[in-house]
Design a protein around this ligand. Structure first.
Ligand code: CP
Ligand code: NVA
Length: 306
């Protein structure tokens, strides 16, 4: 990352101290939003979406408005990227109009290419490999509930996907233990896992992968899951439904750790990765978590653009 332009592509661009500061700021922004209403006065955020979104789109758009700025929704199909204009040219052009870019796309390489060619901050609003903004909200939610992050035990039952990757990086940076429970063949990316494990050692967190569901939630402080079929993997849906049989987060699994809260980045599929009872039960903090997308990203936007 250059000294002048801050990007958030994977969460690794942010130092652990900065991350702690960002979470503090997110709590302050949530407690007193009016104090920050002019932070980004007159600034514009271009938001490129090549995949669907409810939370990311609305939280960034409302967040920019609440900070005194403005957000532009740029659908990948409607801007010239959809007709073959290069990512590099798009980055250079947008850099002349707006003060920040958020992108949701498929290949993580696209986010990197955009950042490499932009002279303004680029935020990854989800790629096939990472979802750092989700992790910021997840960390804020855990910190609110437990008053700390260090030493918490987070169990992620599901696919070793973008959400799991960012979460393991976030856990490693904040000293939380992270266990991913997935079927064989759905492990996280080896390089990302290794990097998280190395970072985890420095901060006292254990980052591990297992294939055994039964007993996996014992002593957990939070059980987290995400969809089995991510955006862009629709053709594999039936194969995945089969592979993930037995990996549902349900009442039986949650009973292994009576104190654990339930988290999900959403959107959720009741009856697949989570039972309706857990999703809508009193240990589920999923809607606080969704709300925190707004506060955590406002803190991020201030940090990167103000
Ligand atoms: N969790 C999340 O990113 O939701 P959206 O896909 O609705 O933005
Ligand atoms: N893993 C999911 C997350 C959606 C917010 C996906 O990429 O579709």
């Amino acid at each position: 990352m250059s000294k002048k332009v801050r990007h958030l592509l994977t969460l690794e661009e942010i130092s652990n101290k900065e991350l702690a500061g960002l979470l503090d700021l997110a709590a302050k922004v949530k407690a007193k939003p009016s104090k920050y209403k002019k932070e980004l006065k007159g600034q514009c955020l271009g938001m490129i979406f090549e995949k669907s979104s409810t939370r990311t789109r609305v939280s960034f758009e409302v967040g920019m408005y609440q900070l005194g700025g403005h957000a532009l929704f740029l659908s990948g199909n409607d801007i010239q990227i959809g007709r073959g204009e290069t990512i590099a040219d798009t980055a250079k052009v947008l850099s002349r109009f707006v003060q920040g870019i958020m992108i949701r796309t498929f290949a993580h390489k696209t986010v990197e290419e955009l950042a490499a060619n932009a002279s303004i901050p680029v935020i990854n609003g989800l790629s096939d490999a990472h979802h750092p903004c989700q992790t910021l909200a997840d960390l804020q939610t855990l910190q609110e509930h437990y008053g700390k992050l260090k030493g918490l035990r987070l169990v992620f039952v599901g696919d070793g996907n973008n959400v799991a990757h960012s979460l393991m990086i976030g856990a490693a940076k904040t000293g939380m233990h992270f266990k991913l429970v997935c079927p064989a063949g759905y492990e996280p990316d080896k390089t990302i896992l290794k990097r998280a494990q190395i970072e985890g050692v420095k901060n006292g967190s254990r980052i591990e992968v297992t294939h055994t569901v039964t007993g996996s939630a014992k002593n957990a402080d939070a059980v987290y899951t995400d969809v089995w079929t991510s955006m862009g993997q629709e053709a594999e849906k039936n194969k995945r439904l089969n592979a993930f049989k037995g990996f549902e987060v349900n009442e039986k699994l949650m009973a292994e750790s009576p104190k654990a809260i339930f988290l999900h980045c959403l959107p959720a599929h009741r009856g697949e990765e989570v039972s309706a009872g857990v999703m809508d039960g009193n240990r589920s903090l999923v809607f606080d978590q969704a709300e925190n997308r707004l506060h955590a990203q406002k803190a991020l936007l201030i940090h990167m653009m103000a």
